[in-house]
Design a protein around this ligand. Structure first.
Ligand SMILES: Cc1cc2nc3c(=O)[nH]c(=O)nc-3n(C[C@H](O)[C@H](O)[C@H](O)COP(=O)(O)O)c2cc1C
Length: 195
């Protein structure tokens, strides 16, 4: 199996919380399968949302001074970008959303874009890891819809799967993910993502 470069972008969650644990187990599985996994926490590396100034569309670097610039080379080198987030108000965290908005400045001109797309993005695989307190059939609906429309349909990343860990308890108490089966599933997901 070829070694893959997997970049995990974690968009928040408590330091040793449900999301951090889910990510940790995913990484363990991926590394045991021989892949290279790198975690970037958007709590430690602040990435602000796009300002829409369009400087990047005139050949200039993004005017914002934040951590996005140091993450861009990692994005370009990665074979797969894994987006990890707690469910906040029924969708991905604002940090993940802000990070994805900044893809605006790494888009390239596409002279022959497929229907519904205006520009070209780096060719990558992607995956989604999420945790939530609730576990209804619709709990992750908005997050999944955003992931599928934005990252898969529009940006054109190739979906390698989603792990939607509902029923992990709310943030009013201690993280409860270790009482569920999700950590084992995250490990298996990491291990088999390229099997
Ligand atoms: C601001 C905020 C909003 C939340 N919104 C939701 C929600 O809409 N649905 C839900 O099921 N859980 C919601 N939760 C609970 C978290 O998604 C859940 O506890 C998650 O596992 C916390 O991740 P962490 O332990 O990594 O911090 C919310 C928690 C916070 C702090």
């Amino acid at each position: 199996m070829p070694v893959k470069n997997i970049l995990i972008i974690q968009g928040g969650g408590r330091a040793k919380g449900n999301t951090a644990q889910l990510v940790e187990h995913f990484i363990k599985g991926a590394e045991e399968a021989g892949h290279k996994a790198e975690l970037v926490s958007l709590l430690k590396h602040e990435v602000k949302g796009c300002l829409g100034c369009n400087a990047c569309r005139y050949g200039k670097p993004c005017i914002q001074k934040d951590s996005f610039h140091e993450i861009v080379p990692k994005v370009k080198e990665a074979d797969c970008i894994v987006f990890a987030s707690p469910l906040y108000f029924w969708t991905v965290s604002s940090r993940i959303k802000a990070f994805i908005e900044r893809f605006y400045c790494i888009a390239e001109e596409d002279t022959n874009p497929p229907l519904g797309r205006y520009e070209k993005y780096p060719d990558k695989d992607c995956a989604l890891l999420m945790t939530a307190a609730d576990n209804f059939f619709w709990t992750f609906e908005q997050a999944v819809s955003y992931y599928q429309f934005t990252l898969v349909n529009y940006i054109g990343f190739h979906d390698k799967g989603m792990l939607l860990a509902g029923g992990c308890g709310d943030t009013n108490g201690r993280p409860q993910i270790e009482e569920t089966d999700w950590l084992r599933q995250a490990y298996e997901f990491g291990k088999r993502i390229y099997a």
